[in-house]
Design a protein around this ligand. Structure first.
Ligand SMILES: Cc1cc2nc3c(=O)[nH]c(=O)nc-3n(C[C@H](O)[C@H](O)[C@H](O)COP(=O)(O)OP(=O)(O)OC[C@H]3O[C@@H](n4cnc5c(N)ncnc54)[C@H](O)[C@@H]3O)c2cc1C
Ligand code: SF4
Ligand code: SF4
Length: 340
């Protein structure tokens, strides 16, 4: 049966600026025909023009099947969940973003043999340039903790290498909500070309996300040119109603978010999911005291991974998540972006 193909994706998503940059279509294209260019504000992927379906009339439709920007968008604030917790790693995580809970859950999962690989985003500590990475050792994961805000990396493109080349069958994905939505489509899909991806993903941890910034526009354009800040001077970036830049010399530079509008990826303006409602576990900083991570444990799978980390004394949980600020921020995101 004819499926929608990359030409439909191009007209419905790429050409209208809706692409989130998740990279799922790049991963699942069996002809390796879809890719992202490097550079500033790359809005969408491109095709080399070959398509199994439109060129050779062979049933495919893989790229269209996984795209999170096709069809109805999630528009819930907290989504379904089993439990909420304020969480903290029970061991030192040097670059953790909030409580180091994401690192603790996944380091435990690797050490216990519950997963064999993690697909996530890392950054060059000198240039802060982000890239997608596959991690198989807990000590490497612990060194990679922290959030990458200047992200346009097509994270899920790395799944092709993880699933097809390395043949990992128990993969954990850490991703912002758009990537989580794409993985949910992979897990649900009955497309034979997509199924191997969905079957290989054991756990999905979603990070709360209001928007992400383009690396070249934020780091090179805004911070280096305007604020005379070199990437190697930056210790940590955090977004709390403004961009807080903590430098290695202990000083902080504040950049109002209004100044960063032009650095936000275009596709983020169509996003209505703050808390990654389709994940197994969602993680964020709002809703919990400083130094802890808010965990939204959504599925029995997610609960199992959290319980294992607690039992092995890698993770400590306390009650008391304040859902009001999360719901407020999530509602504001839905209101701002849902009519476009
Ligand atoms: C782009 C972005 C925007 C965010 N916006 C908000 C927000 O508005 N409000 C809020 O409360 N929380 C937000 N978060 C989540 C928050 O910053 C923390 O990631 C979360 O609280 C988990 O903290 P942790 O200390 O448990 O994670 P850590 O233990 O530090 O582990 C984080 C893990 O996430 C991986 N990672 C980092 N960046 C990315 C990325 N871009 N894609 C995939 N994996 C990644 C790292 O490799 C690391 O393994 C955002 C995160 C990101 C990446
Ligand atoms: S949102 Fe993801 S799957 Fe859809 S076109 Fe963009 S990169 Fe491809
Ligand atoms: S705001 Fe939405 S589209 Fe943009 S990176 Fe975050 S989850 Fe993806």
């Amino acid at each position: 049966m004819a499926q929608k193909n990359y030409l439909d994706l191009k007209s419905e998503v790429w050409d209208c600026g809706k692409c989130s940059g998740c990279g799922a279509c790049v991963a699942v294209c069996p002809a390796d025909a879809i890719s992202f260019d490097e550079g500033e504000m790359v809005v969408a992927p491109k095709s080399n023009g070959y398509c199994k379906q439109s060129t050779d009339s062979v049933t495919c439709g893989a790229c269209y099947a996984v795209c999170p920007r096709v069809g109805e968008q999630p528009a819930e604030t907290l989504g379904n969940y089993l439990e909420l917790a304020c969480a903290k790693s029970s061991f030192e995580v040097p670059h953790k973003q909030s409580g180091g809970a994401v690192t603790a859950i996944l380091a435990n999962a690797l050490d216990q043999g519950l997963i064999d690989a993690i697909v996530t985003v890392t950054e060059d500590r000198w240039t802060l340039k982000p890239s997608s990475v596959i991690i198989t050792k807990s000590d490497v994961l612990i060194q990679q903790a922290g959030s990458r805000y200047s992200w346009w990396v097509p994270l899920l493109a790395a799944l092709k290498y993880a699933v097809v080349e390395r043949k990992f069958r128990r993969i954990a994905v850490i991703g912002v909500p758009c990537a989580v939505q794409a993985v949910a489509r992979m897990r649900e899909s009955d497309n034979d070309l997509v199924k191997p991806y969905g079957d290989a993903i054991r756990l999905v941890i979603g990070l709360f996300c209001t928007e992400t910034f383009d690396y070249a526009a934020l780091i090179q354009g805004k911070l280096q040119t305007h604020y005379k800040l070199e990437p190697h001077e930056i210790k940590k970036l955090d977004v709390k109603g403004k961009l807080e830049i903590l430098k290695h010399d202990g000083t902080t530079t504040i950049v109002p978010l209004a100044e960063l509008e032009t650095c936000i990826r275009k596709g983020c303006h169509y996003c209505t999911d703050l808390t990654a409602v389709l994940s197994d576990i969602s993680a964020g900083s709002i809703g919990s005291p400083a130094g802890t991570t808010t965990l939204i444990i959504r599925t029995p799978t997610g609960k199992g991974f959290v319980e294992s980390a607690v039992q092995n004394q890698k993770l400590a949980l306390t009650p008391g998540v304040d859902t009001a600020p999360i719901e407020k921020l999530a509602s504001a995101k839905i209101k701002k972006n849902s009519r476009k």
